[in-house]
Ligand binder design. Sequence first.
Ligand code: NI
Length: 180
Amino acid sequence: MAILDILVYPDSRLRTRAEPVDRLDPSIVKLIDDMAETMYAAPGIGLAATQVNVHKRVVVIDISETKDQLQAFVNPVLVGSGDQIETDEGCLSVPGAIVPVWRFSEVHVSALDQSGQPFEIHASGLLSICIQHEVDHLDGKVFVDYLSQLKRDRIRKRLVREFTSSEHSIPQKSENSIAS
Ligand code: NI
């Protein structure tokens, strides 16, 4: 396993729309392992392949306190339901920013697991929010897109100042343990 570099906003590669996985071959299994290790090390509760510059529709999530409930979603398809709720979110690609985002309170997800088996879940609460956040990444969206231009520019300028002077990856621990 390996810890991968996480792209930081406003890196334009975060805007890439990820392609579906055709075949769950060993390279995808390794990607899932590496993404899980990267997510746990950050630490975060979710990571989309887009964030590690792999443009395949793969997401890993673990919202458990014990960090032993890894869930992999390959080619996830979402249908939102329930109310619209506003929650403060963090993102490993936007370090230091906590942003209120409106999402569906519930979501129905169909996907493949890490062994290529199809499964479906109905998620609510934090898991629902996290899945919607990660699938946005796969579609080239970053949660700052939901902010006003003024607030988005402020975050962009800060991150450009902090990160692009030397390199684009995040070498340090995230301050926000519920980032994804
Ligand atoms: Ni994120």
